[in-house]
Design a protein around this ligand. Structure first.
Ligand code: SOE
Length: 402
C-alpha cells in the first residue's frame, strides 16, 4: 500500500503531482476516483494531489469538488490551466473541447491526460499530437485515456499474445453493446450531437474496441469496411444541460446527428481479420464488451461483464482434453494485482481508472512517453474516420435473383 503518513499529515518526501481536472460528470467522477485512490494503494514515485476541478456550473462543480475530494473549484477551464498549483490537466469533457483544452494546457507547460476519443476530428487530433510532441521536448507528457487497457485481464491477455501463446493471429472479434437508446423517447443529449460528440456509438464505443483490438493484437488495422445506422433520427429535446447517460425531456424535438450503431470489418497489417460491432440498441445489454482472439496456437476471450476472468484455449494440448478454460485473474502475480486484495477477491470497472493514474504517474516520473500516447489516439481517430468514409460510400451490394 502507499507511502506511510508522516505525523504532520504529509506523505514522506515524494514530490507532488498536482492534478487539475476539467469535467465532473460520469468520467470526471471515474477519474476522480482514480486520482483519489491511486496513492493509497500503489507505491508511487510521485504523490498525486487533487488540486482543482473545473465545470461551468459553479454550485455543481463545488458540490463535485466536495464529493470527490478536490481542494479547489474553477468555473472556467482557462483559469484551471493557468493555475501555478496544477502540474497535470485531466480532460473529462465532451470531445468538442478536448483539442482546445489540451493545446492550452500543453502550451502552459502542463502534462495532459485526455479522455477518449482523443478528439472529434482527425485534424484536431493531429494538432494535439503536434503539440504533444513539442511539449515532449520540454519534458511534458500526454496520454489518452483508453482505460480498459488497464484491466488486469486485458493486460494479461496482451502479455500472453506478446509471448506468442496464440501464435500467428487469424481473427479478432469484438463487440461493444449498450441499450440506453432503445427508447425513442430518450432525450437528445450531447452524446447524440455530432457537433459535441463527433460521432455516436462509433466514437464512444468503437474507439474503445478499435484501441483494444490493436493493443491486444500488437499491430494496427490496415483497412476497414463499414456500415452505420441512425435508427431514431428525431428525439425529444432535453431539459437543461445533460451529462452521463441520463436526461429528462423538455418538449420539442431535434435531429440526431450521429450514428446509433456501427458495424465494420478490418484487416490487420499481418493479414489477420477483425470484426467490430458498436451499438446503443442491443436491448438488454448494458455495457457488454466482448473480445475473442484466435491464433494458430490458441485463443483468448474476454467479457467485460466478467472482468476478473480470461478464457484461454491452448491449441497445442491434445484434443482429448483441450478446451477453453477460465483463468481467474486475481493472483498477486497478475498485472496490477500485487497491490490489491487476496486471490479471488476481484476488482471492478473503477479500478481501471486507478491503474490508468498509476501508469501515468510512473511514466511522468520516469520522463517516458506514456501509452496510449496522443499519437496512438490519433491513429484510432484515423480508423474511425475511415469507418465513417466507408459507411458513407455505402459499398453494400444488393443480392440479385439468379
Ligand atoms: C457511454 O457509452 C460510456 O460511458 C463510454 O463513454 C465510456 O467510455 C464507457 O466506458 C462506458 O460507456
Amino acid at each position: 500500500m502507499g507511502q506511510p503518513q508522516q505525523p504532520d499529515g504529509t506523505e514522506g518526501e515524494k514530490p507532488p503531482l498536482r492534478v487539475g481536472m476539467v469535467g465532473y460528470a460520469f468520467m470526471g467522477a471515474a477519474h476522480s476516483q482514480g486520482w483519489r485512490t491511486v496513492g493509497r494503494v500503489f507505491d508511487l514515485p510521485l504523490r498525486p494531489v487533487l488540486a482543482a476541478i473545473c465545470g461551468r456550473d459553479g454550485a455543481a462543480v463545488r458540490a463535485a469538488a466536495d464529493r470527490h475530494g478536490w481542494a479547489a473549484a474553477e468555473t472556467d477551464w482557462r483559469d484551471l490551466v493557468a493555475r501555478d498549483d496544477v502540474d497535470l490537466v485531466d480532460i473529462c469533457t465532451p470531445g468538442d473541447s478536448h483539442a482546445e483544452i489540451a493545446l492550452a494546457a500543453l502550451a502552459a507547460g502542463k502534462h495532459v491526460l485526455c479522455e477518449k476519443p482523443l478528439a472529434n476530428t482527425v485534424e484536431e487530433a493531429e494538432a494535439m499530437v503536434e503539440a504533444a510532441e513539442a511539449a515532449r521536448a520540454d519534458g511534458r507528457l500526454a496520454m489518452v485515456g483508453f482505460n480498459y487497457r488497464r484491466l488486469p485481464a486485458i493486460a494479461l491477455a496482451r502479455s500472453m499474445v506478446a509471448e506468442g501463446r496464440l501464435g500467428t493471429l487469424r481473427h479478432v472479434r469484438v463487440t461493444y453493446l449498450q441499450d440506453w437508446l432503445v427508447d425513442p423517447g430518450f432525450p437528445l443529449t450531447w452524446r447524440l450531437s455530432k457537433e459535441h460528440a463527433g460521432s455516436g456509438a462509433l466514437g464512444d464505443l468503437g474507439a474503445h474496441i478499435v484501441d483494444l483490438a490493436q493493443y491486444l493484437a500488437g499491430e494496427r488495422l490496415a483497412g476497414v469496411s463499414a456500415i452505420t445506422e441512425t435508427f431514431v433520427r428525431e428525439r425529444p429535446l432535453p431539459e437543461g444541460p445533460t451529462s452521463g447517460l441520463s436526461a429528462v425531456s423538455a418538449g420539442g424535438t431535434g435531429a440526431v446527428t450521429v450514428d446509433d450503431a456501427a458495424l465494420f470489418t478490418g484487416r490487420f497489417t499481418s493479414g489477420a481479420l477483425a470484426s467490430f460491432e458498436a451499438t446503443r440498441y442491443a436491448t438488454g445489454r448494458k455495457n457488454a464488451l466482448r473480445i475473442e482472439l484466435n491464433g494458430e496456437r490458441g485463443s483468448l476471450a474476454f467479457d467485460l461483464e466478467r472482468l476478473n476472468e480470461l478464457s484461454y484455449h491452448d491449441g497445442t494440448e491434445p484434443g482429448t482434453h483441450a478446451g477453453f478454460r477460465r483463468i481467474l485473474v486475481t493472483e498477486p502475480d497478475h498485472p496490477y494485482l500485487d497491490a490489491w486484495w487476496p486471490p479471488g477477491h476481484g476488482l471492478g470497472y473503477e479500478h481501471s481508472f486507478v491503474h490508468q493514474a498509476r501508469d501515468l504517474v510512473h511514466a511522468i516520473a520516469a520522463g517516458r512517453t506514456p501509452e496510449p500516447s496522443f499519437a496512438d489516439g490519433l491513429q484510432v481517430q484515423r480508423v474511425l474516420a475511415a469507418v465513417e468514409e466507408s459507411a458513407q460510400k455505402n459499398s453494400v451490394y444488393t443480392p440479385t435473383a439468379v
